[in-house]
Design a protein around this ligand. Structure first.
Ligand SMILES: [Zn+2]
Length: 353
């Protein structure tokens, strides 16, 4: 009996792996494989607190947000020259392709790199070289979401102006993000930067309702007029807010493993993913920081089914939601949705019937 159910699980995981996917919430800084981190440190003559990929992976067993943040900053520390960014995007893209991700919107934090001795546009240029290679080799489409950090407000205007410039939007920048600690750093502090970006045609795509409660989501909605919300899981505590999200079809980028690992939710079983879907919210499923949380989009779908109570139809709906609420032009959305739906049908009859 047990053998039969584990065989069924393996089949389900193969199915989830094979599904064509789109990911909207994944950070470059949380996606640097340990072997590449070591290579970057060596060529930039930097010291790391580990000397092998295996030792590095042991440090991913965080017990606090601070430990997580320190590991993320180690990646930032190793990114020195444009070629480093190129190599990270190439490695990251190869990781996405392994999971059949066909489209990704990658968040990164330009203000970490303002003192690297090269212009942001040079960095973005190197990232775009990798993006072109990934498109040519694997058909992977990528767009960029530079973000502002809530706790470091002083370069925010410069970042917003750079992100909203024609040069940046021509180079694949599709939205302006907002990350960092929510408590004590309200979204309203950045209303003018997001208003400027919106006037230039660049939509707001902030994190909210991850490290703080529903009030932080309300404030973010009122002050920044977002097109999507990163996380937003604390909305579940406020039924009026859930009704608002449903009425406005304001999409949430839900990242289950990230929430469990950082203590936003106690367990997968208590995660609000299914309750948000059942309430009618537009939900997408994402990894946030796949290397730092030792996860993948396939794994997020697997835990969503195994532990959060979702079924394969919920997963397919979340994938199509991701395409629909992406920043792709409409003709691309239609093309990819058609191709994904045809592949879903073929995979359903191969694995689920
Ligand atoms: Zn995030």
């Amino acid at each position: 009996m047990q053998e039969k159910s584990s065989g069924k699980m393996v089949r389900l995981e193969r199915y989830l792996m094979a599904l064509p996917k789109a990911e909207l919430h994944v950070h470059m800084e949380g996606s640097i494989p340990p072997s590449l981190l070591l290579r970057l440190a060596e060529r930039n003559r930097l010291k790391l607190p580990f000397s092998s990929a295996a030792q590095c992976r042991k440090l991913y067993a965080y017990s606090s947000f601070k430990d997580f943040s320190n590991m993320l900053l180690l990646g930032v520390y190793c990114l020195r020259r444009p070629v480093d960014f190129h190599d990270v995007i190439l490695a990251m893209g190869e990781g996405l392709v392994l999971h059949n991700i066909r489209y990704a919107e990658i968040t990164w934090t330009p203000q970490f790199y303002l003192n690297r001795g090269c212009a942001l546009s040079e960095i973005l240029g190197a990232m775009n070289e990798a993006r072109s290679k990934l498109a040519a080799r694997f058909g992977l489409e990528i767009r960029w979401i530079p973000d502002i950090v809530r706790s470091r407000p002083e370069p925010a205007s410069a970042i917003a102006e750079w992100a909203a410039s024609k040069e940046s939007t021509d180079a694949g920048v599709v939205a302006l993000g907002l990350g960092g600690p929510e408590t004590g750093y309200p979204a309203g502090n950045f209303a003018s930067q997001f208003s400027y970006a919106r006037q230039c045609g660049l939509p707001a795509n902030p994190h909210a309702g991850e490290g703080a409660g529903a009030a932080s989501i309300w404030q973010t909605i009122e002050q920044l007029n977002p097109v999507r919300i990163g996380h937003g899981v604390s909305a579940i505590d406020d039924q009026e807010l859930v009704a608002h999200l449903v009425r406005d079809a304001l999409p949430l980028e839900v990242c289950p493993t990230s929430n469990v690992r950082l203590g936003v939710c106690k367990s997968y079983a208590s995660h609000p993913l299914k309750r948000l879907i059942d309430a009618g919210c537009v939900v997408t499923i994402n990894t946030d920081d796949p290397v730092l949380f030792q996860t993948s989009l396939t794994n997020e779908y697997a835990v969503a089914i195994r532990e959060c109570g979702l079924g394969p139809d919920d997963i397919k709906a979340a994938i199509l939601n991701a395409l629909r609420v992406s920043y792709l032009p409409d003709f691309e959305k239609i093309r990819m949705t058609g191709s994904f739906t045809a592949t879903f049908e073929e995979l359903d009859s191969r694995f689920l019937k």
